[in-house]
Structure formats: structure tokens, C-alpha cells
Write a protein of this length. Structure first.
Length: 141
């Protein structure tokens, strides 16, 4: 952590214990024509909502009101489920209209289907959430 500017480091130093949390991303970056605003769904179990809260707060600070966030407390069958089976706090970031994505699990699901502005907002929200979970000082997020 010496690469972090001193002002960004936690005042008490980094914790020595292990804290397993995860943010997974799946099918992010496609901008649905059904929503007026770029939309991202944060999906987790209610007992793991602390992870979604960190991402939501980071998005609010970084993206302001440009990214609409939705919360789904009923996760099912995706990359974050293995974390729940070990009682790790985790969340899935998935585009807000995943049921309407026309290239879902098809060969035409390619990077050119993504919106670079939306991908940037999602990346900043998730990276900011990770920094908040790592207890990086607020001015650096």
C-alpha cells in the first residue's frame, strides 16, 4: 500500500485481518433503450447489502445523478453466488435491463455493444466501492 498517497491511507493503517468481500460484474455496459437514464442493478442478499451500499455511495459521489442504481435483494445463478455459499459479502453489478439484452449469451455479445460512457460510470462506481471497503480516505475516492 505504499503506492497510495499518504493522504489516502487509512489513519490506523491497513487491517491485518482478512475481510472477504467481492464485487462481480456481468453484462455491464449495454445501454437499454427502455430507460431514459443509464441504469445499473446492484444485486445481493439482504445480509450482504453493505457491499452495495459502498458502491452506491461511491457512485453518488463520483457519477452524481448520471447513473440510476437499482437494488435487487433476490440474487440467482450468477458469478456472485459462490461467494454467498461461503458467507462472503458480495454483489453483482449487472445492467439494469438484463432481461431485454438482445445478445444475451450469444455469439453477437461483443464489446461493440457496450457504451463507453456507461462502462466508465460503472467502473468508477465499482472501483470507488472497493476503495471505500478498503477504508481509503474519503478525499481520494
Amino acid at each position: 500500500a505504499k503506492s497510495l498517497p499518504e493522504a489516502c491511507r487509512p489513519e490506523a493503517g491497513f487491517p491485518g485481518g482478512v475481510d472477504h468481500r467481492a464485487i462481480t460484474l456481468d453484462m455491464v455496459g449495454w445501454k437499454s433503450p427502455h430507460y431514459k437514464m443509464p441504469t445499473l442493478t446492484l444485486e445481493t442478499k439482504p445480509w450482504s447489502r453493505d457491499v452495495t451500499e459502498e458502491v452506491a455511495q461511491a457512485s453518488k459521489r463520483i457519477n452524481q445523478d448520471k447513473l440510476d442504481l437499482r437494488y435487487n435483494p433476490s440474487p440467482f445463478g450468477s458469478d456472485h453466488m459462490s461467494f454467498f455459499s461461503r458467507n462472503y459479502h458480495a454483489m453483482l453489478a449487472i445492467h439494469g435491463d438484463d432481461g431485454s439484452y438482445p445478445a444475451y449469451h450469444q455469439s453477437n455479445d461483443v464489446i461493440s455493444n457496450t457504451d463507453s460512457q456507461l462502462m466508465g460510470m460503472i467502473a468508477r462506481a465499482c472501483a470507488g466501492g472497493l476503495m471505500r471497503m478498503a477504508d481509503i480516505n474519503e478525499p481520494c475516492i
